[in-house]
Design a binder for this molecule. Structure first.
Ligand SMILES: NC(=O)c1ccc[n+]([C@@H]2O[C@H](COP(=O)([O-])OP(=O)(O)OC[C@H]3O[C@@H](n4cnc5c(N)ncnc54)[C@H](OP(=O)(O)O)[C@@H]3O)[C@@H](O)[C@H]2O)c1
Length: 240
């Protein structure tokens, strides 16, 4: 079975067994030296055509797609399905203080306006501004590091009917999901370039919280498949 079929069948089973969060797929592209973007955070087109095609198929296989506000500010992504047939997922942005630019493409051009996960006591006028343009603001608890408490957000998403969630980045979001082991499937495109840029893990978050409190994240029984000039590494996150 390929990665999309595996996700579909596992998600079906997961949904029957667990109702506190969606099935979560973490998927991003990195260089040979484990970087997500250039050093100054500018996006760099790491994935070739075949890998991009896979990314869009993955998007179409999930009900929602999540990124951090850092990615929205630096990349201004659309997060839609364009290269394959299928529904675009509901965009979710983790954005504690509602820093998402109102003129970002997700708001200005999105088919479905994004849902924003903000702290529960976020500025009321700011919240109303986002709701007035049609965004849903999810009020979330905070974790010990001052970020959105992911289990709280995920359980709200499940209550809103989201059973499958794709997490696309960036660095801090990837780190948070891995540290908390809130990932079921991992799909990483490895591009055959050395970038010398921004790493896929936020070092300060890892060194401040691990290794005593969090186990090392690893993929069990990884599969490696070519996608044009790239390699795609996929498998389950090993749960401790
Ligand atoms: N290669 C790829 O596939 C790929 C994919 C996506 C992004 N990227 C790259 O990643 C870079 C952006 O990464 P980034 O680390 O700056 O931004 P990010 O991970 O997209 O967003 C991080 C921000 O999200 C907010 N946040 C709220 N709750 C969080 C939580 N529980 N865990 C983590 N973050 C939380 C925080 O801002 P507040 O405190 O303001 O809420 C945090 O600073 C860009 O350079 C982009 O090009 C690459």
């Amino acid at each position: 079975m390929g990665v999309i079929e595996t996700i579909r069948s596992e998600a079906d089973r997961f949904i029957q067994q667990q109702d506190d969060r969606p099935y979560v797929t973490l998927s991003y592209a990195q260089s040979l030296d484990g970087c997500l973007a250039t050093r100054d955070g500018r996006p760099y087109a790491l994935s070739g055509d075949e890998a991009l095609h896979l990314t869009h198929s993955l998007r179409a296989a999930h009900q929602a797609i999540l990124v951090g506000v850092g990615t929205v500010i630096s990349d201004d992504p659309l997060l839609t399905v364009r290269l394959v047939n299928g529904e675009s997922p509901q965009a979710v942005i983790v954005d504690t203080n509602l820093r998402t630019p109102l003129n970002s493409r997700l708001i200005a051009r999105g088919h479905h306006l994004p849902w924003l996960a903000a702290r529960s006591n976020v500025d009321e006028a700011c919240r109303q501004t986002f709701e007035a343009v049609g965004c849903k603001v999810l009020r979330c608890s905070m974790d010990e590091g001052g970020y959105i408490l992911l289990p709280d957000l995920l359980s709200q998403l499940r209550r809103l009917g989201i059973t499958t969630l794709m997490v696309e980045g960036g660095m801090h979001v990837i780190t948070s999901f891995l540290l908390r082991q809130l990932v079921d499937m991992v799909v990483i495109t490895v591009a055959p370039v050395w970038l010398g840029g921004k790493p896929s893990l936020a070092e300060e978050m890892v060194t401040h919280s691990a290794p005593d409190r969090y186990p090392l994240a690893q993929i069990s029984a990884p599969r490696l498949e070519p996608a044009g000039r790239d390699m795609v590494l996929w498998g389950h996150l090993k749960k401790e």
